[in-house]
Design a protein around this ligand. Structure first.
Ligand code: HEM
Length: 132
């Protein structure tokens, strides 16, 4: 039987070797927010079902969503949705074959992050103004 010699093939660098960069983190966050949106959508459907079911069911859902924990979850959901949607627009722009210069990639990542925070705050201010 022929002997197999170990071959020194180049190894793929492990994730820990990479220096974390904004663009890399944004890519991970895009996937994470996408997954968080699944959970958020389940809550949205539950809220709609409660509204359709009965006054009691809706009152319970409203009570849960207006608790501090519920509000925190809703705040996170708003941010995840906006962050993910802005990220989606970034991908759409790339799909046109533009925006691949390093400086533009960095700028769009920062705009995505800052935009998601600013828009989340705006949405909540408007929601509170409408609610008051
Ligand atoms: C509740 C609604 C949504 C859910 C549950 C969701 C979920 C996800 C998930 C889990 C991923 C990651 C897929 C992967 O990396 O394998 C993803 C990717 C993506 N999402 Fe969403 N998403 C939602 C809304 C949106 C919206 C509104 C946009 C655009 C405005 C969008 C644009 C994208 C794009 C472009 C990707 C692919 C990014 C890539 O190529 O890596 N999504 N989505």
């Amino acid at each position: 039987m022929a002997e197999t010699k170990p071959v020194d093939r180049p190894l793929s660098p492990h994730l820990q070797i990479y220096k974390p960069m904004l663009t890399m983190m944004m890519s991970i966050v895009h996937r994470a927010t996408g997954m968080a949106l699944y959970a958020g959508m389940i809550l949205l459907v539950w809220w709609l079902c409660a509204a359709a079911a009965s006054d009691d069911a809706f009152a319970t859902a409203q009570w849960i969503f207006s608790s501090w924990l519920g509000l925190l979850v809703l705040l996170g959901f708003t941010w995840a949705l906006i962050h993910h949607a802005l990220g989606g627009l970034r991908y759409l722009y790339w799909d046109t074959g533009r925006g691949f210069e390093l400086s533009r990639v960095e700028l769009m990542a920062k705009a995505n992050l800052a935009g998601s925070i600013i828009l989340t705050i705006l949405v909540w201010i408007i929601a509170y103004m409408v609610h008051a």
